[in-house]
Design a protein around this ligand. Structure first.
Ligand SMILES: [Fe+2]
Ligand SMILES: [Fe+2]
Length: 336
């Protein structure tokens, strides 16, 4: 998973504060703009505007954090999966998310930020990650709902990123999207299986869909009119489709799937609009969204505490790796 356009003020110096640009810099910038216009990739050693670099660092690191924190709600169910097959699928999915986090941290490192800086930002609560992972997984049906809706929303968000202008990010997204597609399908398959089961199972599925539907729509971030960095991101070829357009695509794709599944999406205003050729849907509770962004979701504290504990428990591994590397270097020096 999951980018989310949580465009927040950075509190870092802006372009104006950096003083006038040199002639050379203006030339580089013109070349950069021309490359973006041609649809070329920008690579790590290429010149890029500072704001482009900062935007990418913010977005890619938020995305990486989301993958890593996103392992927690589902990891919670690995030991309680109902069958060996479902356990193997869930294990593979959660491991994929860990892998996505690692590719993305590596992609962000090519922009000059260190893994330690990113980790510190996450653990101190400074960095954001997708709001969706601050909701609890209460029943086994939640695992299906996450795959279907949360990974489904992530795919909508992430497919356009395979054509993003920054090469390392775009290339990481190609593999990630293939894996997300498996995640979405296993979730849908899980829910279909439960829907063919008992009345109790069907009730669990409906309850999970009721709880995950609105938070999934929030994954696309604020309305375009309130999304601070969207304009620049679109100009730079980082973002290809706006938050509201992606959200609409997701709703349009999901409504027919809900019908096949036999569940009701919890929105009385959901209806087909012949004129627009899209599904109309109700108002998102933005107060809830911002409360979760600002740390007041049901699980914000638990999620961060789990990451801090993992970091502290893993300290001995990092220390051992550093000691081993030092020993190897010493041996090589002696041999030389
Ligand atoms: Fe992922
Ligand atoms: Fe996923």
């Amino acid at each position: 998973m999951y980018t989310q356009a949580i465009d927040l003020p950075q509190g870092t110096k802006d372009e104006a504060a950096r003083g006038p640009r040199s002639l050379k810099e203006a030339e580089y910038e013109a070349e950069f703009d021309a490359r973006i216009a041609r649809g070329d990739f920008i690579e790590p050693k290429d010149w890029m505007p500072e704001a482009y670099r900062r935007t990418l660092i913010r977005q890619i690191s938020q995305h990486a954090h989301s993958e890593i924190v996103g392992m927690l709600p589902e990891g919670n169910w690995i030991t309680r999966a109902p069958t060996l097959k479902r356990k193997a699928i869930l294990l593979a999915k959660v491991q994929d998310e860990g892998g996505h986090g690692l590719y993305l941290y590596a992609a962000a490192e090519t922009l000059g930020v260190s893994r330690d800086e990113m980790t510190e930002a996450l653990l101190s609560g400074k960095a954001k990650y997708s709001t969706i992972f601050n909701y609890p997984t209460l029943t086994w049906a939640d695992i299906g709902a996450i795959g279907w809706l949360v990974d489904g929303a992530a795919i909508m968000n992430q497919i356009p990123l395979c054509r993003c202008s920054y090469g390392p990010y775009a290339r990481a997204m190609i593999r990630i999207c293939k894996e997300e597609s498996f995640h979405q399908r296993q979730g849908y398959d899980l829910l279909l299986t439960m829907m063919r089961g008992t009345d109790e199972q069907r009730a669990l599925v409906q309850d999970a869909v009721n709880r995950w539907w609105w938070p999934s729509l929030m994954m696309f971030g604020p309305h375009d009119s309130e999304s601070m960095h969207s304009g620049d991101s679109i100009k730079w070829g980082i973002k290809r489709i706006s938050n509201d357009d992606l959200r609409q695509k997701f709703v349009d794709a999901t409504v027919p799937q809900a019908k096949v599944l036999g569940v009701t999406l919890p929105d009385p205003d959901l209806k087909w609009n012949e004129q627009r050729g899209h599904w109309d849907f109700g108002k998102i509770d933005w107060d809830e969204f911002w409360a979760v962004v600002n740390g007041h979701g049901q699980c914000n504290r638990d999620r961060l505490a789990a990451r801090v504990k993992a970091w502290e428990d893993g300290a001995w591994v990092r220390e051992a790796a550093v000691a081993y590397a030092a020993k190897q270097a010493q041996r090589e020096r002696r041999a030389a």
